[in-house]
Write a new protein. Structure first.
Length: 277
């Protein structure tokens, strides 16, 4: 039997892109997945895909930026499957602009989704996890190994022009990762981050003239990369291409598995060699 079989994972932002690929990858490993997303149609698509391959998945539609959602998400996991073994904090989007054009709303929105939402979810998780881990330690001498994987970005590790708020939020989640790794090691919880480079998603779709836009809570946000930017990035990446969501889901799955049981507090750069000097 696969070592992950029967475990329960919460994956946020799992309607599309990296989150969807991660949810499907975990389900293939026998994990029961709670799929969270803002978009009910995309969420349902992920759930149906998992079920079509005889996996187990349940959807929870909700905005992770709403203060009460964190407690509701964890409670939903416990009500549905009676446990939480893996949390993947993936939900997010970009809202770019040069520093002099950044508004307070823009700044708060990026920190809310990329730093505050993971903080709230993990705080809610801790309320269930700590007493359970203590009981396991008292009974068996050691708690079950549980996993947290936070999604960061190359923007958070090195900075990125026109992404002051996004980069700050993604840097903050690395600080969250390192701190919780130190706090939760005694509970046998590993906490790691993955910092992605150029990955093919709707946020990095190619355009020639006008950038596409996505709708986030009623607001349109320009996304994508101009074809000239894509060519420049491909030259900067030693592997000469962007990554795929299936490729990056593999590292998330590894960090959620028992194979990474002695790895914690680390940030894994998944960028095709972009930062090599």
């Amino acid at each position: 039997m696969n070592s992950m079989s029967g475990q329960v994972a919460l994956v946020t932002g799992a309607g599309r892109g990296v989150g969807r690929a991660t949810a499907i990858r975990l389900a293939r490993e026998g994990v029961r997945v709670i799929v969270n997303d803002l978009d009910s149609a995309e969420l349902e698509s992920t759930v149906n895909t998992i079920r079509s391959m005889d996996g187990m998945a349940t959807g929870f539609v909700g905005n992770v930026c709403e203060p009460e959602i964190a407690d509701e998400l964890i409670q939903f996991c416990l009500t549905t499957y009676n446990q939480v073994d893996i949390i993947v904090n993936n939900a997010g989007y970009i809202w770019n602009g040069a520093m002099h054009n950044h508004t307070d709303e823009q700044w708060q929105a990026m920190l809310e989704v990329h730093a505050t939402a993971p903080f709230r979810i993990l705080r809610a998780f801790s309320e269930w996890m700590r007493p359970v881990a203590k009981a396991e330690m008292a009974a068996e001498g050691r708690a079950s190994c549980r996993k947290v994987v936070n999604v960061s970005s190359v923007s958070g590790t090195t900075g990125s022009a026109t992404q002051i708020a996004y980069a700050t939020g993604k840097a903050a989640v690395i600080g969250l990762t390192k701190t919780l790794a130190k706090e939760w090691g005694r509970y046998n919880v590993t906490v790691n981050a993955v910092a992605f480079g150029h990955i093919e998603t709707r946020l990095t779709q190619v355009y020639d003239e006008l950038p596409p836009a996505i709708d986030v809570m009623g607001r349109k946000h320009k996304v994508g990369l101009a074809s000239s930017q894509i060519k420049a990035m491909e030259k900067a990446v030693p592997l000469g291409r962007p990554g795929t969501v299936d490729e990056v889901a593999k590292i998330v799955s590894f960090l959620a598995s028992d194979d990474s049981s002695y790895i914690t507090g680390q940030t894994f750069n998944v960028n095709g060699g972009l930062l090599l000097s």
